[in-house]
Design a protein around this ligand. Structure first.
Ligand code: SF4
Length: 320
């Protein structure tokens, strides 16, 4: 079954826009009931039937309407989010073929934690521009949250990134119980290996075992956004950070140098595949916006930098 996020339906002209920002990627979901049981996910095996992924609705839609809408839209990318279910790979292949047949030339990524290279190779050969292998959780919390050991999935992502440079991504969720030092070390490893990371803040959802857990404090998410952005730009590495009890205490760098690199606010925008803005996957349109799905206003960028100044020490040393 094909489903599309409500925002995607608006961007395709199939529904009246509700939120102030529309997606720049068409988010399409294939599959109905997941065999996996990730604690944070509304599609998990033990959850009641739900149309939600993260905090966004994905109602069913006909392929014909989507293809027609895609031809008219100004979207930048198509993202297939797959639910772990028998036959979903065949459905994805059919979807890629339909896009080709109907002359939709947008770059496509497929997001699913495959375990076999042959599946990744097949999708790339059939026209997917990228494959995203969502790890979601840092290794120390992986088994508790996703119900399997982290070693094989982590090894597989890094192996695929070596095999298919520039075509492999992942998703990492901050706030699942890992500490900042581990999260940033994992992120650095992904950046160094050429894996594109879609960064998410943990979002508690109804009918999941983590429904009562808080999302990460916004200030600490801003720190993670800023430091991972600078890692991606090659302007900062783990060696420049000072940790105390697993938390980033500060940076060994000058305040002015770091703030100048962040002043346009780009660090606080949604990150992942090019053209992916995932509006409201992590937050209500009323805010606070963990990931900005659009450019920040000058005021918003200043506010984000002010938060960083409160949360971080600069010219920080290990001796405290
Ligand atoms: S980063 Fe965005 S476009 Fe890429 S796989 Fe993730 S959700 Fe899809």
């Amino acid at each position: 079954m094909l489903r599309a996020s409500s925002g995607t339906l608006c961007a395709l002209g199939l529904k009246k826009a509700a939120g102030p920002v529309l997606p720049t990627t068409a988010y399409l979901m294939l599959g109905t009931k997941c065999r996996r049981n990730c604690l944070f996910c509304a599609q998990r095996r033990d959850a009641p039937p739900s149309v939600m992924l993260s905090r966004v609705d994905f109602p069913p839609v006909e392929w014909e309407a989507v293809l027609e809408g895609l031809r008219r839209s100004s979207l930048e990318r198509i993202c297939f989010q797959l639910v772990c279910q028998e036959g979903v790979l065949r459905e994805t292949e059919k979807g890629l073929a339909l896009l080709r047949q109907h002359g939709v030339a947008l770059p496509v990524c497929v997001s699913y934690l495959f375990q076999r290279e042959e599946h990744v190779r097949r999708l790339l050969a059939l026209g997917a521009e990228r494959v995203s292998l969502p790890l979601d959780a840092a290794p120390s919390v992986f088994a508790g949250v996703k119900g399997e050991e982290p070693f094989a999935p982590y090894r597989f992502v890094l192996q695929m990134a070596r095999r298919y440079p520039g075509r492999i991504g992942t998703h990492l969720i901050f706030g699942l119980g890992e500490n900042e030092e581990e999260f940033l070390a994992v992120y650095q490893k992904m950046v160094d290996s050429g894996v594109t990371v879609g960064l998410f803040a943990f979002t508690p959802l109804k009918n999941t075992p983590l429904a009562d857990r808080d999302p990460p404090p916004l200030g600490r998410y801003r720190v993670v956004q800023a430091l991972t952005y600078l890692m991606e730009k090659g302007r900062l590495s783990l060696r420049d950070m000072v940790f105390a009890g697993g938390r980033v205490k500060g940076l060994k760098k000058d305040r002015s140098e770091i703030l100048a690199l962040l002043e346009d606010g780009a660090a606080f925008r949604t990150r992942g595949c090019p053209g992916c803005n995932r509006p409201y996957f992590n937050e209500s349109p009323r805010g606070p916006l963990y990931n900005y799905p659009r450019e920040l206003t000058e005021e918003e960028a200043k506010e984000a930098l002010a938060v960083l100044e409160r949360e971080l020490e600069f010219r920080c040393t290990r001796f405290f």
